[in-house]
Design a binder for this molecule. Structure first.
Ligand SMILES: Nc1nc2c(c(=O)[nH]1)N[C@H]1C(S)=C(S)[C@@H](COP(=O)(O)OP(=O)(O)OC[C@H]3O[C@@H](n4cnc5c(=O)[nH]c(N)nc54)[C@H](O)[C@@H]3O)O[C@H]1N2
Ligand SMILES: Nc1nc2c(c(=O)[nH]1)N[C@H]1C(S)=C(S)[C@@H](COP(=O)(O)OP(=O)(O)OC[C@H]3O[C@@H](n4cnc5c(=O)[nH]c(N)nc54)[C@H](O)[C@@H]3O)O[C@H]1N2
Ligand code: SF4
Ligand SMILES: [Mo]
Length: 761
């Protein structure tokens, strides 16, 4: 497949940015030999961070699964052929559906940072079985924010940092974690421009805080008091954008009343930030022509998580920063992974809760932290089967100990992955997929504005012969279940050979005849339109449906992107461009005002009042802030993004040149007091677990705060095939009950902990 010296185009799959890459492969077509940023990529424009150069450790990981596996009663695995695997998995899923109802089958995952095609296919299989509950990693980080966006605007919101006069990051370290195109370039531009201001709220002097003009070094877990104080300053000093609010917002009086009496000085003291600095920072935000804001795990995986998301949003709404250059916007998306409607549910459906504990379902996702509670019970509607696809709950979700127990209690666990993960080891069946560089793949994390981009990546390597792409796995499962038959497929397959117009006609006729097919569109398109696509791009067929929907809902946006429909429909034109392009396609060009059209509240205004959260705000006055006690005097942030972390996408620890052990960061003062030294060992203990770790004495940390990296401590075989666990698995230390009352998001960033020296100084 490969040709030496030929540059091929693909993308990095390590974070949501999916930066475009140009790569060369070795003569055998097995390894990447050269990797550089792709200048033709419309979003990243040649940018790539240091991690992209390591993707060969993903592609050639030592614990790839290369044939379907079935677990024997003694816990070992045996290879089986695909026909057996599909037949047995389909039969067992149907048995569970028939005995207990389809809603006892639970789907987890659907994609990581760069592979979102499986989620669509998996959803079809689940609906074919009558399964209604699902989740993924977003339900342990972003669902609180989605819910707040839903209530206030009915649309997801992002910040235009490239053009912002003031950039505010709350609990986010984009220098390491990115989360916006060309993050380091943009951050440096803001920091070095005297007319612009970079503000960071973080207990740690992170790389971004180090660059910042203003660093509000909050005490860990106390952002609610700080954000409330900032809003107190805005309201009490009357810094609000009154005319703008009168036109665009609802509930201004009631919402601002809550901040009129905030004791600013007392709240700043609780937050541990100088009041004068808080006042100056808030005034800077209020006078700026534009403010872009992003929050992330520092507050989302923390106490008052959903409340903090609300307070963060009130800061930019009360200062009028929406739908203009350099402020917040609502992107045009092919797939909205962050949907949440004003009543807090996904789409137009009424509010739903999980079957056993009644946890709020946001954006269609059950909170990850309640999954063990939904399984470890004798409730008749407990989850009995689970299909996990491109996710590693036994490692990544809170409370690995309880999660393992829950996964072990299932009647059936099916894992679709490329590697033998912690979760796969517990499965009854492991179904191996080709890597993301061996098949067509894409991310739906496309949030840019005013131009938005989509990149369908083409395969670079041959897949191991006994793997099947997720599209094919799901097509076979749906057929084995009998939900799609040859009778459904034949006329569509025939029409597809006669051109797109004939296909569209036949497609809508088929749906009219058998509406149930609508729930399995990805497989239907894959099996019928798929074979007509060039270069074996069949798995991309569902994008045809998405392109049609996009052209229906965003005709002007699509036209401005150059898809006018000369010769074909604009949707077909977009689809063909996506399939043909190797570097990505601009599919949306918006005007700033366009964001208002996407606001989905009944009166088209931003809703400032969320009663549930104003009630929680009022409790701050009497809530004791997180403080250490004798047993657990430290606050542990369990899972920090470093240049040596990439979730669990790399399992081979050799990719980490620095920080090989994933050290615990400790402030110099604490290190001195505890007798810890750089490179030494410490024991970290929480109410849930106790682990030994390497120590890094770091000026980044404030006293009382310690942090561990995310994604490390995976089991991986060494040269002799023996299992090793380099680094620390953070969720051995976290507890599933420590979660937000509203969104169920975990408190990973503020785990009470004890730290002790292991060796002598
Ligand atoms: N290098 C690298 N990049 C990644 C990833 C990766 O694994 N490695 N993962 C990707 C994923 S999945 C995600 S979700 C993003 C996450 O991206 P981020 O949220 O930016 O990453 P974190 O480092 O987990 O947390 C951000 C910051 O929160 C701070 N923090 C801790 N406690 C508090 C607190 O009490 N208050 C405040 N205000 N801040 C606090 C930490 O000090 C840290 O600097 O990163 C993505 N990018
Ligand atoms: N304590 C603590 N826990 C955390 C965090 C933290 O900060 N602290 N961070 C959390 C966050 S924000 C996130 S997003 C999660 C991430 O955790 P997960 O949702 O588990 O995601 P990944 O680590 O990206 O792993 C995804 C899986 O996909 C597999 N995979 C890769 N490519 C393919 C493919 O093409 N097909 C299939 N089928 N599988 C594939 C990988 O082998 C891996 O097993 O971790 C969370 N866990
Ligand atoms: S910013 Fe993210 S997607 Fe881009 S190269 Fe770095 S890790 Fe990869
Ligand atoms: Mo994440």
């Amino acid at each position: 497949m490969a040709q030496a010296d030929e540059w091929r185009r693909t993308a990095c799959i390590l974070c949501e940015c999916n930066c475009g890459l140009e790569v060369q492969l070795d003569a055998d077509g097995k390894h990447f030999t050269k990797i550089r940023g792709d200048r033709a990529h419309p979003a990243s424009q040649g940018y790539a961070c240091e991690k992209a150069h390591r993707v060969d450790y993903y592609q050639n990981g030592p614990d790839r699964v290369t044939a379907p596996l079935r677990r024997r009663p003694d816990g070992t695995f045996e290879q089986i052929d695909w026909d057996t695997a599909i037949r047995e998995v389909a039969a067992k899923l149907m048995q569970i559906r028939d005995a207990h109802g389809g809603d006892t089958i639970f789907y987890f995952g659907g994609g990581g940072q760069g592979n979102h095609l499986p989620g669509g296919y998996g959803a079809g299989t689940m609906r074919a079985l009558g399964a209604t509950y699902r989740s993924n990693a977003l339900a342990q980080e972003k669902t609180g924010e989605f819910w707040v966006n839903g209530r206030m605007l009915g649309t997801p919101v992002r910040g235009d940092f490239e053009h912002a006069e003031v950039a505010l990051f709350v609990g986010k370290n984009p220098y390491q974690s990115h989360g916006m195109p060309r993050a380091r370039v943009t951050l440096k531009e803001i920091a070095h421009d005297p007319a612009r201001t970079l503000i960071v709220i973080d207990p740690r002097r992170s790389e971004t805080a180090e660059l910042a003009d203003i660093h509000l070094q909050v005490k860990p877990g106390r952002d609610a008091w700080l954000l409330a104080a900032m809003l107190g300053v805005l309201v009490q000093e009357d810094l609000l954008a009154h005319p703008w609010l009168a036109e665009h917002a609802a509930g201004v009086e009631d919402a601002t009343a809550a901040f009129r009496t905030i004791p600013v000085a007392a709240y700043c003291a609780i937050a541990g930030v100088d009041e004068t600095l808080v006042r100056q920072t808030t005034r800077r935000i209020a006078v700026a022509k534009s403010v872009a804001v992003a929050e992330d795990l520092g507050i989302q995986m923390n106490r008052h998580s959903t409340l903090n998301s609300y307070l963060e949003k009130l800061v930019w709404v009360l200062t009028g920063n929406f739908a203009k250059q350099g402020a917040q916007y609502s992107p045009a998306m092919l797939v909205n992974l962050a949907s949440s409607s004003p009543d807090g549910s996904a789409g137009a459906k009424p509010r739903r809760v999980s079957p056993v504990v009644g946890a709020r379902i946001i954006s269609g996702l059950v909170p990850c932290n309640v999954i063990p509670d939904e399984i470890l019970t004798d409730h008749p509607k407990r989850y009995r089967a689970m299909v996990v696809e491109s996710g590693n709950p036994a490692h990544s979700l809170a409370d690995s100990q309880r999660m393992r127990e829950a996964l072990g209690a299932l009647e059936l666990l099916v894992v679709v992955d490329i590697a033998m993960t912690e979760t796969a080891r517990l499965a009854h069946y492991v179904l191996p997929a080709p890597s993301q560089y061996e098949k067509y793949e894409a991310t739906f994390f496309n949030f840019e504005f005013p131009k938005n981009y989509f990149h369908l990546r083409h395969p670079l390597f041959e897949a191991p012969p006994d793997t099947l792409p997720e599209a094919e796995i799901h097509a076979r499962l749906v057929e084995a279940i009998g939900a799609i038959t040859e009778e459904d497929l034949a006329p569509l397959r025939e029409a597809a050979t006669q051109g797109r117009a004939a296909f569209a006609t036949a497609f809508f006729a088929a749906l009219a005849k058998k509406p149930a097919l609508e729930t399995m569109l990805p497989v239907l398109l894959y099996r019928t339109l798929g074979p007509t696509l060039p270069n074996g791009a069949a798995a991309a067929a569902p994008l045809w449906g998405l392109a049609q929907l996009f052209s229906l809902h965003h005709p002007d946006t699509l036209r401005r992107a150059g898809f006018t429909g000369d010769g074909a429909t604009p949707g077909d034109e977009l689809f063909d461009a996506i399939v043909a392009s190797e570097s990505g396609v601009i599919f949306a060009v918006d005007e700033y005002e366009e964001s208002w059209k996407r606001v989905r509240t009944p009166d088209g205004r931003i809703q400032l009042v969320i009663p549930e959260l104003l009630e929680e705000l009022a409790t701050l006055e009497t809530t004791p802030p997180l403080a250490g006690d004798a047993a657990f005097p430290f606050v542990l942030s369990a899972g920090e993004r470093r240049s040596s972390t990439a979730n669990t996408i790399f399992r081979d620890p050799r990719w980490r040149k620095k920080d090989a052990d994933g050290a615990l960061r400790v402030s110099p003062a604490d290190a001195h007091r505890l007798g810890l030294r750089e490179g030494g060992r410490a024991r970290v203990t929480t109410k849930r677990g106790s682990l030994e770790v390497a120590v890094e004495v770091s000026e980044m940390m404030q006293p009382g705060h310690v942090s561990l990296p995310n994604g490390l401590g995976c089991t991986y075989p060494d040269e002799a095939g023996r299992p090793r666990h380099p680094g620390v698995p953070p969720n051995e230390l976290t507890a599933s009950e420590d979660r937000d009352w509203l969104a169920g998001t975990p408190w990973h960033k503020s785990v009470p902990a004890r730290v002790e020296a292991v060796d002598s100084p």
